[in-house]
Design a protein around this ligand. Structure first.
Ligand code: FES
Length: 134
C-alpha cells in the first residue's frame, strides 16, 4: 500500500520536534480526520532585513498527532523546504510531496495536505505578526 520511501520517512521522520526559539509556527487541523500538525520555522539571521519571501529557511521542524502518511509527507516537505527561500518553499505543492514519496494511496492524499498547509500558515502568521509590530 505504501511506497518504501513513505515507510522510511514514517519510521525515521526527518526534522521531527520543536524549535524552541522558532520565528514562527503554523498549526492546522485536517477536517477529514481531525488530526493536527504544527510546523516551526527559523529563518537565517543574516536575512532579517530582506523581504519575507527572500529569507532562507534555516531550520524547520514538525510535531503531529497525524497518521503515518501525514508524518511521512511532512518529513518529506521539511527536506524539500529546508535551505530554500520562503518563496521557493511555498511553491512546493502537495503533489510534489506525494511524488517525492513515490506516491500516496488515494485515500491518504488528504493527509499530505497538512504539510503544505502548515507551512503556508506559519508564513502567514509570521507576516501578520510583522504587520502588528509596524
Ligand atoms: Fe489524519 Fe492522515 S488520517 S492525517
Amino acid at each position: 500500500m505504501y511506497s518504501s520511501i513513505v515507510l522510511e520517512h514514517f519510521q525515521n521522520p526527518h526534522n521531527q520536534g520543536v524549535i524552541p526559539d522558532a520565528d514562527t509556527m503554523g498549526q492546522v487541523g485536517n477536517p477529514v480526520c481531525g488530526d493536527i500538525m504544527k510546523l516551526y520555522l527559523k529563518f537565517r539571521e543574516s536575512d532579517k532585513d530582506k523581504p519575507v519571501e527572500q529569507r532562507i529557511i534555516e531550520d524547520i521542524k514538525f510535531e503531529t498527532l497525524g497518521c503515518g502518511a501525514a508524518i511521512a509527507s511532512t518529513s518529506m516537505l521539511t527536506d524539500l523546504a529546508k535551505g530554500k527561500t520562503v518563496a521557493e518553499a511555498l511553491k512546493v505543492t502537495k503533489q510534489d510531496v506525494a511524488d517525492a514519496l513515490g506516491g500516496l494511496p488515494a485515500v491518504k492524499v488528504h493527509c499530505s495536505i497538512l504539510a503544505t498547509e502548515a507551512l503556508e500558515k506559519a508564513i502567514e502568521e509570521y507576516k501578520n505578526n510583522l504587520q502588528l509590530k509596524k
